[in-house]
Design a protein around this ligand. Sequence first.
Ligand code: FES
Length: 96
Amino acid sequence: MHKVHFERENRTIQVEPGENLRQAAIRNKFSIYPHIYKVLNCRGRGLCTSCTVQIIAGKVEPRNETETEKLAKKPDGFRLACQIAVNDDLIVKTHP
Ligand code: FES
């Protein structure tokens, strides 16, 4: 199991190796979405960018094609939670 700590909310969740970050957050009853996007999001299809998080510490795989397109103007540490697998302990900032 890996630990993902959400810095802003001061909450840590347990994540299975390789588990999708968005799915892990949902399983742990933690919302990564700001405001109205808790309801209005693309449900993990990589379309809305409302699940954008900033990886503060820990390793994640390079951006995939969807992230490369959607986050082109964002710093490297910004990632779509719905597109990344967790394979390390992470410290994450929601809605950066
Ligand atoms: S949930 Fe819409 S881009 Fe991740």
